[in-house]
Design a protein around this ligand. Sequence first.
Ligand SMILES: NC(=O)C1=CN([C@@H]2O[C@H](COP(=O)(O)OP(=O)(O)OC[C@H]3O[C@@H](n4cnc5c(N)ncnc54)[C@H](O)[C@@H]3O)[C@@H](O)[C@H]2O)C=CC1
Ligand SMILES: O=C([O-])CC(=O)C(=O)O
Length: 353
Amino acid sequence: MEAGNARLARIAAHMRPVRTEESSIRREYTRAKGASAGFKVALLGACGGIGQPLALLLKLNPLVSTLHLYDVVNTPGVTADISHTDTTAVVRGFLGQAQLNAALEGADLVIIPAGVPRKPGMTRDDLFNINAGIVKTLIEGVAKSCPKAIVAIISNPVNSTVPIAAEVLKKAGVYDPKKLFGVTTLDVVRANTFVAEVIGVDPKEVNVPVYGGHAGITILPILSQVSPPFSFSKDEVEYLTNRIQNGGTEVVEAKAGAGSATLSMAYAAAKFAEAALRGMRGESDVVECAFVASEVTELPFFATKVRMGRGGIEEIFPLGPLNEYERQGLVKLKAELKDSIEKGINFVQKSTK
Ligand SMILES: NC(=O)C1=CN([C@@H]2O[C@H](COP(=O)(O)OP(=O)(O)OC[C@H]3O[C@@H](n4cnc5c(N)ncnc54)[C@H](O)[C@@H]3O)[C@@H](O)[C@H]2O)C=CC1
Ligand SMILES: O=C([O-])CC(=O)C(=O)O
């Protein structure tokens, strides 16, 4: 039986939500008694509109044993708050650049929603100037502190931030294309929702693959491959494709200057994280769409269905049969996606010359 004083000392050791000293950072890696045997997840940008609800959803996931919350503001409060939920994951907060490496050390999965969101009238590419530098710095931390982690990038423009991350990891000599993902799950979540409305079924029953990238016309829903199979009219295809491609803008406009999708994105990212963790645990049937390094088209990155396993991507599925409308969409999206990918690659290559 643990003595009273020892018990209180143990609890006190886990009460300081933000680590400021080396010794306390070290203590962090010992799991709290009662914590589940699961994975260590680091969330970068944890106090933002996406970060906070996503942190909560990750804290509820039994596959997560340790949750590190990193941001440049507000981590003490968010960490204290979330740490009171009665689930087993241990939560620790890290504040500011000086604590980035400690936040990342030993992470199995790193999820990145850090960066600025859109306001009405902006494209995702308009975020490039600010978010490219943020993602570059955070991935430099990953390269140094947890080079074997699976990395999931949410920060926009995803079509450029994923190539930025790849270049940074390459430069550090630790790039594993199987472990880098751009999170496009929200496009699938929206597609499932809107298609379910049209078909008149529970969205849980619906699965729409969404290919390409994550901006405007680069988002290509493959309605001909919907499960359960359904034959849409031409008008339904037009309506659904436009709504899915512009789902982000629909939210940006409705929020009228207060940001972009946060709650649905947190839900989508939690779904993606669950898939990644189930794959890492060795489950063999985990398939999600994601924007990854790919040879499915002539572009170096492309979103299609991928099977996730212990080491990240285990299989990238081919496009499968497309109808004429989808083939035309694919041709149109490639030019824009190619430019966005090159912009990301050039950003890192120029900044290191
Ligand atoms: N992939 C997708 O489907 C989606 C992507 N997004 C993108 O996610 C990003 C975040 O969106 P929100 O959470 O709504 O924004 P937000 O502004 O509410 O939160 C961003 C957080 O990042 C933090 N941050 C800024 N610089 C940082 C740095 N250097 N290191 C660590 N943290 C830093 C901020 O302090 C803030 O807490 C945006 O770029 C947005 O466009 C949003 C919705 C969907
Ligand atoms: O539209 C935005 O700026 C945020 C985003 O990526 C989305 O909601 O799909």
